[in-house]
Design a protein around this ligand. Structure first.
Ligand code: HEM
Length: 340
C-alpha cells in the first residue's frame, strides 16, 4: 500500500522528534498499535470528578454548596493559568505541539487577550453566584453549616495566590498600614496583608482557629510564591511596557475591569450572599470562620485596589461604596430590619 506524501512527511518529522530525545520511533509506533482509542470519560476523569463530593450531613442542599465551591476552585485554577502565562511572557508552542519555552518579550496583544479571558472567568463566577445566594434553602443552610466549623471560604488559597500575582503586595496591606509599609520589603508587606487582620476575634484580638489553620498550612508557600511572582506580577508587567503601550486603551480597560471584578464585583455578590444567610438585623450570625463579616467583607471597607494609578482620586475614595450601601439597604428592607 502506497502511503500519501503527507503521511510520509509526518513520519519523517516524528522520526526526527524521537531521535532528538534519543528514542526509537518504531517502539512508539508499536505503542500506537496497542493503545485503545481515547474515551470522553477517561480523558475528563468523570468518575474521579464525581467522587469528590462528600457532604458532612444528610441535608440535600449541602451538595450544591460543595459543588459550587469546587466549580469556583476550577475557575480560579483557569485564572491562575492565564495569569501565569502573562507573568512568564507567554509560552511558545511549535506547530508540532512542542513546548519551546517562554518568550522573552511580552506581546501586547497576548497580554490583552489573556486578561480578557481572566475577566470572562471572573464574570462567569460573579454571574453564577446566585446559585449560592438563592439556590439553597436557608433552613438547610443554617443547619448544615454548623457541621462545617471552622472551615471557611476564607481559607481559599487559590484566591490569595491570584491576588499576589496580580499586583504589588504594598496595595494589599491592611488599609490603615498601607502608607507606612509602602516601601517595606515584600515579606513584611505579606505579613501585614489585609486578610491576616481580617480573621481576628474582635473581643480578644486573637487569631481565629480558621486563620491559624490557614497560616499553618499556607503561609510559607505564600512567601515563596511572592518571591517568585512579585517581580513579574501583572502590574510590574504593565509598568515594564513602553510608554505608548501603557496608554493602550484596551489594555487599560482590561486591567481596570480586572480590578473591579476581583475587588468589587465578586466580593460584593459574595457579601450579598453572606447577608442573605447570616444577617438577622439583631446580632447577626457569625461566619464559619468567625470574622466580623459585615465589616470585613464589603469592598468599601477594605478598599483593596490592585491598580490605584489607573483610577482617579474620587474613584479610589468611593471604591465599591455605592454598591455596598445599596446592598445593605436592599437586604435590610426586604428582611424588615431597616435601622431606625
Ligand atoms: C452561602 C454561601 C457563602 C456564605 C454564607 C459565605 C460566607 C462567608 C463569610 C462569612 C466569610 C468571612 C470569613 C468567615 O467568617 O467565615 C467568607 C469569606 C470568604 N469566602 Fe465565602 N461564603 C459563601 C460562599 C463562598 C463561595 C462559593 C466561595 C468560593 C470559593 C467563597 C469564598 C470565600 C473567600 C475567598 C473568602 C475570603 C474573602 C476575603 O478575605 O476578603 N465563599 N465567606
Amino acid at each position: 500500500m502506497e502511503l500519501p506524501e503527507s503521511t510520509l512527511k509526518k513520519i519523517k518529522i516524528l522520526k526526527e522528534k524521537y531521535a532528538s530525545i534519543g528514542q526509537d520511533l518504531d517502539s512508539y509506533l508499536d505503542g500506537l498499535i496497542y493503545a485503545n482509542p481515547l474515551t470522553y470519560w477517561d480523558y475528563i476523569e468523570v468518575d474521579a470528578l464525581l467522587s469528590l463530593q462528600k457532604p458532612k450531613t444528610d441535608f440535600p442542599d449541602e451538595k450544591i454548596f460543595i459543588v459550587y465551591h469546587q466549580i469556583t476552585e476550577l475557575y480560579f485554577s483557569l485564572i491562575s493559568h492565564e495569569i501565569e502565562q502573562i507573568c512568564k511572557n507567554g509560552k511558545n508552542i511549535s506547530e508540532h505541539g512542542e513546548d519551546l519555552g517562554w518568550n522573552s518579550s511580552l506581546d501586547l496583544a497576548f497580554f490583552i487577550e489573556r486578561l480578557k479571558r481572566v475577566n470572562k472567568y471572573f464574570e462567569a463566577l460573579t454571574n453564577s453566584f446566585d446559585i449560592m445566594r438563592f439556590g439553597m434553602e436557608k433552613e438547610q443552610f443554617t443547619k448544615f453549616r454548623m457541621s462545617l466549623l471552622s472551615a471557611s471560604g476564607f481559607q481559599t488559597a487559590s484566591y490569595r495566590y491570584i491576588e499576589i500575582a496580580c499586583t504589588d503586595l504594598k496595595y494589599l496591606v491592611f488599609e490603615d498600614q498601607r502608607e507606612s509599609l509602602f516601601d517595606s520589603d515584600i515579606h513584611t508587606q505579606l505579613d501585614n496583608i489585609y486578610w491576616r487582620r481580617g480573621a481576628i476575634v474582635e473581643d480578644t484580638g486573637e487569631k481565629t482557629l480558621t486563620l491559624r489553620d490557614f497560616e499553618n498550612k499556607y503561609l510559607e508557600d505564600f512567601h515563596e510564591f511572592a518571591d517568585k511572582y512579585q517581580p513579574i506580577n501583572l502590574w510590574k508587567k504593565y509598568k515594564a511596557l513602553d510608554a505608548n503601550d501603557q496608554k493602550n486603551e484596551q489594555l487599560v480597560k482590561e486591567l481596570r475591569e480586572l480590578d473591579v471584578n476581583v475587588n468589587i464585583n465578586w466580593p460584593l455578590v459574595h457579601f450579598r450572599t453572606a447577608a442573605r444567610y447570616l444577617a438577622t438585623g439583631k446580632g447577626d450570625e457569625k461566619g464559619t470562620g468567625g470574622t466580623n463579616w459585615q465589616k470585613y467583607l464589603p469592598p468599601h471597607f477594605q478598599r483593596r485596589i490592585f491598580y490605584p494609578e489607573l483610577w482617579s482620586e474620587q474613584e479610589r475614595e468611593e471604591w465599591g461604596k455605592h454598591w455596598v450601601d445599596a446592598v445593605f439597604a436592599d437586604h435590610l428592607k426586604k428582611e424588615n430590619h431597616l435601622p431606625k
